[in-house]
Ligand binder design. Structure first.
Ligand SMILES: Nc1ncnc2c1ncn2[C@@H]1O[C@H](COP(=O)(O)OP(=O)(O)OP(=O)(O)O)[C@@H](O)[C@H]1O
Length: 218
């Protein structure tokens, strides 16, 4: 039976993500066929390839938002919760509520995501500091620039710890300083034993990241 399996593990085991022969369809067409890779805690995988090759599809499938035609993704060492509950998924869209203030958005996400690992989670205010936006805390998100909204979306990753980050074009709209800041946040996540799978056309700023080019399906 294809799907996400959750082997028994405790929070003290090193993380290991194993993706085996993943196949995913979109609109009746096989977009991903036999995608396999393995990552240990501390590692980053950068998924590359031309527009439409299936990078976002891979991340959405790993996040549990698309069914698998076949294959499996197994996360070991992250506890008993479902795989999708162990991963942050950052999509192209920022998932912010325009009428709420920046701080209210982050407070919502901290509650919704249930910051169950307080030692590794930041408070909403601290997360805003981390993305360099404390001065807009009380502004409605709707009035922010595209890059500022992206930075608030990135702050969401910090208010509730998740061992796996699935990031779709995380650097979109970010200026140079914000890219450096987020590269540091990703490095810190890996230094704590986390795993990152990122789809991007641009450099992530993580020198030791592995690269996986996706090829076109015939
Ligand atoms: N909802 C959908 N229904 C049918 N086909 C879809 C759907 N969403 C995406 N596709 C198709 O799936 C394929 C892969 O799309 P995907 O968004 O994963 O590509 P990508 O590699 O992330 O592209 P980009 O670099 O442009 O972001 C494309 O051919 C696309 O047209």
């Amino acid at each position: 039976m294809p799907g996400f399996h959750r082997p028994h593990a405790d929070f003290h085991s090193p993380l290991h993500l194993k993706v085996e022969r993943l196949c995913v369809e979109r609109g009746g067409r096989t977009v991903l066929r036999d995608i396999s890779f393995a990552l240990s805690g501390g590692e980053t995988l950068v998924v590359t390839g031309r527009n439409g090759v299936g990078k976002s599809t891979l991340l959405r499938a790993l996040a549990g938002l698309l069914p698998l035609l076949s294959g499996a993704a197994v996360l070991e060492g992250a506890g008993e919760a479902e795989f999708s509950a162990q991963a942050h998924y950052l999509a192209h869209a920022d998932a912010l509520k325009a009428p709420l203030t920046v701080l209210e958005n982050l407070e919502f996400w901290a509650r919704y995501l249930d910051a169950g690992h307080p030692a590794q989670s930041l408070s909403p205010s601290a997360a805003l500091e981390a993305v360099g936006l404390p001065h807009v805390a009380q502004a409605p998100v709707g009035i922010l620039s595209a890059g500022q909204k992206r930075r608030v979306a990135l702050a969401r990753l910090l208010v509730a710890h998740r061992p796996v980050w699935l990031l779709d074009e995380p650097m979109t709209a970010l200026d140079a300083a914000s890219r450096r800041r987020f590269a540091k946040a990703m490095q810190d996540h890996c230094a704590l034993g986390g795993i990152i799978v990122a789809a991007t056309h641009e450099p992530l700023g993580i020198e030791e990241a592995r690269s996986m080019p996706l090829g076109a399906m015939s």
